[in-house]
Design a binder for this molecule. Structure first.
Ligand code: ADP
Ligand code: MG
Length: 367
């Protein structure tokens, strides 16, 4: 069944990158934390099969097996990952195809969405023992480049940025994208970058992150076209660890904190508006409404594969947040990306690395 599922997804992604399709939406359930177990948390989420999630406020495993019809709701996604799913499996199912597409000169983005503590950073960054999507994607990218004959041609540029309170900061701080020669030091680099992320104590979680972290990997190389002109092929992969999606009111009082909360919502809201505008084929896409969408201008819609991973906790204490996340993810399934001509995209020279650096400087000046 697993292989079938993967083939099915590859078909959808293939369609997404050639003929306009919808955004792929995945759900990942994290394991119950020790602290939650000890506190008497019960599980309110069940991954029914590889695609379906069942959410019910008071169900125990036994109740579910006995009754099969507790009050609750089923949601269906492109894939739903149970709590023991490996990092490698999440990467292979959600992101591996996008890495391949980036080498064909297409852009791709993967967003992790969900409440604080739901597993976004674990999914994106992971740990030294269990590296996440960001690290696995870069390793895979370098492996693929090495397998190609003309690998000396490829330049890989990396930037790791934070959007916090509508301010853009470079987490690696060289002020411009880093030229990456090999993938060995990537985990160290990203862990160091992540330590620079703005985290603060809140009531929900000791280190709730109110910041969005964006890793952008640009692969640039020269190819000869049919008329023997040398053209630049550029593909960009954006991997985004979004700020906690819980409402500001649920975490702390008003004042500064809720202002920050409002800004986070503003970025998340702006992200939804842009995607919706792209879906509806609107002429005006409101990228300028937030720093997050300004940075992702060329990584949404158009020549871009988009993947959403909704992270959820199993605990009944997080029922409300999980319900919100699943509703949001369920809506994201309706988003369609526009059709475009693949060849034209390849032959165009998209925003170059220098343009990207310029944009970054511009955004930092505005702060
Ligand atoms: P978020 O970034 O959404 O706030 P984290 O990724 O920091 O949440 O996850 C919260 C805690 O749960 C961390 O201690 C993390 O290591 C753990 N965790 C999250 N997802 C998993 C998983 N799939 N397997 C094991 N531990 C996980
Ligand atoms: Mg986090």
């Amino acid at each position: 069944a697993g292989t079938q599922n993967v083939n099915e997804l590859q078909a959808i992604l293939e369609k997404q990158s050639t003929g306009g399709s919808r955004i792929l939406v995945f759900v990942r359930l994290r394991p119950m934390a020790k602290r939650e177990k000890e506190g008497g948390s019960r599980s309110c989420v069940r991954i029914v099969n590889r695609r379906e999630v069942y959410l019910t406020e008071f169900a125990t495993e036994n109740d579910y097996l006995r009754l099969k019809r507790l009050r609750g709701r089923h949601f269906t996604f492109d894939a739903s990952f149970p709590d023991l799913t490996t990092q490698q499996e999440v990467y292979s199912t959600t992101t591996a195809e996008l890495v391949e597409a980036v080498l064909q000169g297409r852009n791709g983005s993967v967003f992790c969405y969900g409440a604080t503590g739901a597993g976004k950073t674990y999914t994106m960054l992971g740990t030294v023992e269990n590296p996440g999507v960001m690290v696995l994607a870069i390793k895979d990218l370098f492996n693929k480049i090495r397998q190609r004959s003309c690998d000396g041609n490829h330049e890989v540029h990396l930037s790791y940025l934070e959007v916090y309170n509508e301010t853009v900061r470079d987490l690696l701080s060289p002020g411009r994208p880093l030229v990456l020669r090999e993938d060995k030091q990537v985990m160290d680099l990203l862990l160091r970058g992540n330590q620079n992320r703005t985290t603060e104590p809140t009531r929900v979680n000791e280190t709730s992150s109110r910041s969005h972290a964006i890793l952008q990997v640009v692969v640039e190389y020269r190819v000869k076209d049919a008329s023997n002109n040398v053209v630049n092929r550029v593909g960009k992969l954006s991997l985004i660890d979004l700020a906690g999606s819980e409402r500001a009111l649920a975490t702390d009082q008003r004042t500064l904190r809720s202002l920050e909360g409002a800004n986070i919502n503003r970025s998340l809201l702006a992200l939804s508006s842009c995607i919706n505008a792209l879906v509806e084929g609107k002429k005006h896409v409101p990228y300028r409404n937030s720093k997050l969408t300004q940075l992702l201008k060329d990584s949404l819609g158009g020549a871009c594969n988009t993947v959403m991973i909704a992270n959820i906790s199993p605990s009944n204490l997080s029922f409300g947040e999980t319900q919100n996340t699943l509703h949001w993810a369920d809506r994201a399934k309706e988003i369609r990306t526009k059709a475009y001509n693949a060849n034209e995209e390849i032959l165009q020279v998209p925003e170059s690395e220098t343009d990207q650096a310029k944009l970054l400087l511009e955004l930092q000046k505005e702060n």
